[in-house]
Design a protein around this ligand. Structure first.
Ligand code: PHE
Ligand code: ZN
Length: 890
């Protein structure tokens, strides 16, 4: 990548490596300012490749020595690579390299870096080349033996992948540890840790009778916050063995928490490294949402041991091979862990909300790319919602098309064929299809795989007609997908549409397609594979309401053309909880969109308010489900459904409707608050969390109503609850209710919260985030964020802290960020450039919040373009940010 230009890596240019590395011996002399690395590589020529120089990746390293077969060899540097024009002619030879790097100056947090008083690594995707020269690509898999040497007092714990084979003392107060990982792995799965840590340990026995050691390493003082991570790990091991017959293959499985980390966590073989946010949890410091986050990230990284590590990616274009599949697996795990059907549905709704909030906008904007991208400038920019979350939906659709058991068989065949290999998304899809000959997937596999190749979110349009005379219902489905960057035209997708027909009285109707002898149940999957298709249902007694895309069976937008009255039937009765929720969302969305465009009142009509009241008061529905139904679609979601967006107008309209719900459901909120308050001992279960979520929502609504009526009772109660809370979910909920309603008591509560938790970094992140996310009022929130930037506890260096303030404002608080005076955009551009100088990956994430600038109304649009152009014009901009802003302006 040269300055000012964006050079692309293309999938079609893939070539197998000309050399392979069979084994590597690494030795580290760890010092923060200068770490010495010596590496001994056993290299083999690929007999299929033409004779050519050996080119090793290396970035920011100081090279000290190169020996080939023990002798000096000539080399040169070219394009950031170490080139050896004439390596030994033998089929295999050894290369010995000595180099140094500087961990304490590594603010990018990629490669070997220091955090607090320890050393940590992050190698995915291309960080290993910042540690030593190597063939740093995932299809080169080697067996690693690693020796670490460091000061014993400062770094008592020395870890790497695999098994500890030796350890001992060295002169000068130093010590060493030697690790061996028997599994060949790509360099991106390498890890080391040297720090002053303590571990929670647990032994478990897998079904084969083998005993394994599980360890969770944290800083001294954090041990009491590791129980939940350990429980989650044990549950993950048990689940993967039960559901997919995939056992733990390691004698020792370690998790290490680190405070400075760009992402959530990393699945290094046997030595997962985690952002503290996804390890540490105690009731007093973590919310229910945090507890679920820990559970799902621990599971995700553990599941990678098979889907990612045992079978890895041939190249980075195949990233979704491991990420989409592993997200699917962690979603399934979380559903299985949450219990009954209703709790599962709540999980599904949350996953879909996430998909729609992040992936749908991505797929409609300048960064739109297929699940398996065709090109990239910086691979780090492609750890996206599309690769992860849409990738998971693609796997889910396969599972829907072959059935649960068929999918399990497909997974078995995938491991039979490819264990130990670096493969492609095609290999995965082929295995699932081949294990299910004749299935709905196998008979149209090529067309199905367009989900990997084509970007964009298809729209499915559904229209039904009822023929009373013949008791026949005809459903017509059409699909269309607009152009994406580089893809002007799309072929039809294969779209599984799970559906049912609901009678006006709410009962589920039997589904008998024309030509069938008998009904095939009350819910079934139609496969839409052409631009337009029709299905005829027989023996339908009266005009039904179609319930389509049940459980969100495909990542599409659905235009079902239903009337309000029909949606009300589904909201009240649909046996599919997802569609029940979706009906309420659609009812509210249509009103929000109309009002935002001046085509309707900024108010909800009485029937909808009554329907929402009925849900809130419903005796049988779960609290967690009620809380989801009662939430109005977010400002961001509304914006995506408007042709042109005035963020201030969207905010105004939505706040008006929220205030209306606060007022008109006042008595119901009081009831919900009182009925769901629990005194049970805290447990992060779905049932308890649902009640706490609803109570917090009720409290917010009650404080909001007080803000308007001037009645001080509810802010007073919220403050009391804030003070007396015995867990963070309740404490933060009460604090949010005060801050979000701009109550006078918000200030004393915020100071008190800071005083209580000033030594807990993760809780301080919440303190910053909460203030940055408060609904804007006369520019106060924006002014506060600017002031907080100078707070002694604030730092742009720590990614969690930077996100807590900046991402909260720019991603989650549109009305505070999108200002008519452009101050928000100026602020954004300055911060992107500040962060870029330290951590390009993090800066590029922040840069992406402007992806949808073209949808903005003036004056926002012009001001946004100007701010992006100012970033793009910065001469020493990183390649990471350059790729984002170049695409945004293209
Ligand atoms: N592979 C990690 C995961 O999804 C994410 C990650 C990517 C972490 C790149 C760090 C760097 O589990
Ligand atoms: Zn992952």
């Amino acid at each position: 990548m040269r300055e000012g230009t964006v050079t692309l890596v293309r999938r079609e240019d893939y070539l197998a490596p000309a050399y392979r590395i069979r084994s590597v011996e690494l030795c580290f002399d760890l010092e923060p300012a200068k770490t010495l690395v010596s590496s001994k590589l056993a290299i083999e020529r690929n007999p299929q490749a033409a004779p050519q120089p050996l080119r090793l990746h290396g970035e920011g390293l100081t090279l000290l020595r190169v020996l080939a077969n023990g002798e000096s060899v000539s080399f040169r540097h070219e394009d950031g690579q170490l080139v050896i024009d004439h390596p030994p002619a033998d089929e295999s030879f050894t290369l010995e390299i000595r180099n140094s790097c500087c961990p304490e100056k590594n603010t990018e947090l990629s490669g070997l870096y220091t955090s607090g008083s320890g050393f940590f690594t992050q190698c995915e995707a291309e960080g290993f080349r910042r540690i030593t020269y190597f063939l740093d690509r995932p299809d080169v898999m080697a067996v690693y033996t690693v020796t670490l040497r460091a000061d014993k007092a400062k770094y008592p714990v020395l870890l790497s992948n695999g098994n500890l084979v030796e350890q001992g003392e060295l002169p000068g107060g130093r010590h060493f540890a030697k690790w061996h990982d028997p599994f060949p792995k790509p360099s991106y799965l390498f890890a080391l840790v040297a720090a002053d840590l303590v571990a929670r340990e647990q032994k478990i026995r897998t079904r084969s009778g083998k005993e394994h050691l599980l360890q969770v390493f944290v800083r001294r003082g954090d041990l009491d916050k590791t129980e939940h991570a350990m429980n989650s790990l044990v549950a993950s091991v048990v689940w993967d063995e039960a559901r997919f017959k995939l056992p733990l293959d390691l004698e020792r499985f370690m998790i290490v928490a680190v405070e400075d980390f760009n992402m959530g966590a990393m699945e290094n073989k046997g030595l997962n490294i985690f952002n503290t946010k996804f390890v540490l949890a105690s009731p007093a410091t973590a919310t229910d949402v945090d507890f679920f986050g820990v559970e799902s990230v621990v599971a995700h990284e553990y599941f990678h041991n098979w889907t990612g590590n045992r079978i890895t990616c041939r190249d980075w274009f195949q990233l979704s091979l491991k990420e989409g599949l592993t997200v699917y697996r962690d979603q399934e795990f979380s559903m299985d862990m949450s219990g009954g059907a209703s709790a599962r549905a709540v999980r599904r709704i949350e996953d879909v909300r996430q998909l729609r909030a992040a992936q749908f906008p991505e797929d409609a904007g300048p960064m739109a790319h297929p699940v398996r991208p065709d090109s990239y400038a910086e691979i780090n920019n492609f750890y996206t919602a599309t690769v992860y979350d849409k990738g998971a939906e693609v796997v889910r659709m396969m599972a829907t098309l072959v059935g649960r058991e068929g999918f399990a068989n497909g997974m078995s065949l995938y491991f039979e064929r490819h264990d130990g290999q670096a493969v492609t998304c095609d290999d995965f899809a082929q295995a699932i299809a081949d294990a299910n000959p004749g299935s709905a997937l196998s008979v149209r596999l090529d067309a199905f795989k367009r989900w990997y190749a084509q970007a964009g979110t298809p729209t499915v349009t559904a229209r039904g007609t009822y023929d009373a005379e013949n008791r026949r219902y005809t459903l017509t489905l059409e699909q269309f997908c607009g152009p994406s960057p580089g893809q002007p035209f799309k072929f039809p997708f294969v779209i599984p549409v799970a559906m049912g027909l609901v009678a006006q009285d709410g009962s589920s109707l039997p589904l008998q397609l024309a030509g069938e002898e008998a009904p095939g149940g009350t819910s079934r999957v139609l496969v839409l594979e052409h631009p337009q298709q029709q299905w005829v249902f027989e023996n339908v007694d009266a005009a039904p309401v179609p319930s389509l895309l049940r459980g969100f069976s495909a990542p599409v937008n659905l235009d079902d053309g239903l009337s309000d009255a029909e949606r009300m039937v589904l909201l009240a009765h649909d046996s599919d909880a997802f569609n029940r929720w979706e009906s309420a969302q659609k009812l509210a969305l249509s009103r929000l969109c109309a009002a935002a465009q001046g085509l309707g009142p900024a108010a909800l009509d009485a029937p909808l308010v009554e329907a929402l009241r009925a849900v809130l008061r419903h005796p049988a529905l779960d609290a967690s489900f009620k809380e989801l139904v009662l939430q109005l679609p977010s400002e961001g979601y509304v914006a995506e459904h408007l042709p042109v967006v005035d963020p201030q107008r969207v905010h105004e309209v939505r706040e008006a409707m929220r205030a209306q719900l606060a007022e008109q459901l006042h008595a119901d909120w009081i009831e919900a608050f009182e009925r769901n308050a629990t005194n049970e001992a805290y447990a992060p279960t779905v049932a308890q969390a649902g009640k706490r979520a609803l109570v917090n929502m009720a409290l917010s609504m009650l404080c909001l109503q007080s803000q308007r009526s001037g009645d001080p009772v509810w802010p007073g109660r919220a403050y009391q609850r804030f003070k007396d809370a015995t867990n963070m979910t309740e404490r933060l909920g009460a604090l949010s209710a005060l801050v979000e309603s701009h109550a006078g008591l918000a200030e004393p509560a915020l100071s008190r919260f800071h005083e209580l938790f000033k030594d807990d970094a993760l809780v301080l992140d919440k303190w910053f985030a909460l203030q940055a996310r408060a609904p804007e009022l006369d520019g106060r929130v924006f002014a506060r964020v600017k002031a907080l930037l100078k707070h002694p506890d604030f730092s742009l260096r720590n990614p969690n802290r930077a996100r807590s303030l900046l991402f909260s404002l720019t991603m989650f608080n549109p009305a505070a960020f999108h200002r008519a005076d452009a101050a928000g955009y100026v602020f954004w551009a300055d911060r992107v450039m500040d962060i870029d100088a330290m951590n390009p990956q993090l800066a590029a994430r922040l840069a992406r919040v402007m992806d949808r600038w073209r949808k903005l109304a003036e004056p926002y649009r012009g001001a946004a373009r100007e701010a992006i152009a100012r970033v793009a014009a910065k001469p020493d901009l990183s390649g990471d940010v350059r790729e984002i802003v170049t695409r945004a302006l293209a």
